[in-house]
Write a protein that binds this ligand. Structure first.
Ligand code: NAP
Length: 307
C-alpha cells in the first residue's frame, strides 16, 4: 500500500527534514501541502487543512508541522475526517489535548503517531541497551544552544504554549525517557523568563529515577560558539556520554559510534509501519516532564531578549 499524505505547515522543519525524508522512504508519498503562506513544488497546494481535505478525498494521512499551539485543532479535524495523523514534536501544547487526540484516534481506529525525532538519533538504541545492564547512579544533561541561530523569526516559540527553551530541551527529555528503563520524576525547576517574553530562555531541572539516581539538567538558549547537546550517565559499571543530540556515543571516554543524522527517514519508516497496523504510538512522558516543570517551577525573571 502507498500512503497518500498531505502536510500542514510548510515551514523550517517541513522543508529541512520532512520533504526529503518522505522522498527517501518507501510506502508513503506526499500528494498535497496546506500552508497559508508557502507552496511546495510538484504537489497540490491548499491554504488550510479544510481545503486540502475537501480537494483530496483519497488522502490517507496528514502530517502536522505547525507550531504546537495550533496543532490540536488540525489533528482533531484530520482524525475526525478518518485520516491517520503524524504529529511533529511536541505532540501538543498541553498534555490534556494529546490525551484527547489519543482517545479520538482509538475511537476512529486510526493511527496517531507522536514523533520524537531525537529518539531516532544513531546512538540512542545502543545507549539504551548498555544502560539496561547497569545501575544508573547519576545523570547530567547539558542542552545549550544559540536561539538566534536556530529559531530566528519564530515569535510563536516565545509565546505561551511555545515552550521557549523546552522546544529543544524536550528532545533531551525524549532521549532520557527512552534510555532509562524506569519512571522519572521532576523534583524542582527554575525557569528564567525574559521580561518581554512568555516562555523561558533558560531552565534548570532537578529530577530523579524511581530508584533514586539524581538527574541534573540545564537547558540554555544563550550559548554562542560551539553548541552542546550532551547526556552523561554514570553507572555502577562505567560511564556513558551521548553527545551531538544522540548521534555520538562514548563509553568510558572511548568513542563507540559517530553517525550522521538519519532521524526523519527512520520516523517515516515507523509511521508507515504504524499505518499498516492502524496502531497508535503516543508517549507523553517527555511532555509530562515539561508540564511538571511549568507546574512546580520557580519563575526567575531575567533580562529582556531581542532577536
Ligand atoms: P516554523 O517554520 O516557524 O512554522 C512552521 C509553519 O507553520 C510555518 O511556516 C507556518 O506556515 C505555519 N504556522 C506558523 N505559525 C502558525 C500559526 N500561528 N497558525 C498556523 N500555522 C502556523 O516552525 P518550525 O521550525 O518548522 O517548527 C514547527 C514544529 O516543528 C515545532 O513544533 C518544532 O518544535 C518542530 N521542530 C522544529 C525543528 C527545527 O529545527 N526548526 C526541529 C524539530 C522539530 P504558513 O504560514 O505557510 O501557514
Amino acid at each position: 500500500m502507498m500512503i497518500r499524505a498531505g502536510l500542514v505547515g510548510l515551514g523550517k522543519i517541513a522543508r529541512d527534514q520532512h520533504l526529503p525524508a518522505i522522498d527517501k522512504v518507501d510506502g508513503i508519498a506526499l500528494v498535497a501541502v496546506a500552508s497559508r503562506n508557502a507552496q511546495a513544488e510538484g504537489v497540490q497546494n491548499y491554504p488550510d487543512l479544510g481545503a486540502m481535505l475537501a480537494g483530496e478525498p483519497d488522502l490517507d494521512a496528514v502530517i502536522l508541522c505547525q507550531p504546537p499551539q495550533v496543532r490540536y485543532a488540525t489533528a482533531r479535524q484530520a482524525l475526525l475526517a478518518g485520516k491517520h495523523v503524524f504529529l511533529e514534536k511536541p505532540p501538543g501544547a498541553t498534555v490534556s489535548e494529546v490525551e484527547a487526540l489519543t482517545a479520538l484516534a482509538r475511537q476512529k481506529n486510526g493511527t496517531l503517531y507522536a514523533s520524537w525525532h531525537s529518539r531516532y538519533a544513531a546512538a540512542v538504541a545502543q545507549a539504551k541497551s548498555w544502560i539496561a545492564d547497569r545501575k544508573v547512579e547519576r545523570i547530567d544533561i547539558q542542552w545549550r544552544e544559540d536561539v538566534r541561530h536556530w529559531h530566528p523569526g519564530q515569535p510563536w516559540i516565545w509565546e505561551a504554549g511555545g515552550f521557549g527553551v523546552f522546544d529543544p530541551g524536550i528532545n533531551a527529555l525524549s532521549i532520557l525517557t527512552e534510555i532509562v528503563g524506569e519512571p522519572i520524576t521532576l523534583l524542582s525547576a527554575e525557569l528564567e523568563v525574559p521580561s518581554n517574553k512568555q516562555a523561558p530562555i533558560g531552565a534548570t531541572l532537578g529530577m530523579a529515577t524511581a530508584s533514586g539516581a539524581a538527574i541534573d539538567t540545564v537547558f540554555d538558549w544563550r550559548q554562542t560558539g560551539p553548541q552542546t547537546w550532551d547526556i552523561a550517565v554514570e553507572t555502577d559499571n562505567g560511564s556513558l556520554l551521548l553527545s551531538e543530540g544522540g548521534n555520538t556515543l562514548r563509553l568510558d571516554g572511548e568513542v563507540q559510534m559517530k553517525a550522521p543524522d538519519e532521524e526523519y527517514p527512520a520516523m517515516y519508516r515507523r509511521f508507515v509501519d504504524l499505518v499498516e497496523r492502524r496502531a497508535i504510538d503516543v508517549d507523553t512522558a517527555p511532555l509530562r516532564l515539561v508540564a511538571d516543570a511549568f507546574l512546580c517551577g520557580r519563575h526567575c525573571p531575567t533580562a529582556a531578549f531581542e532577536d
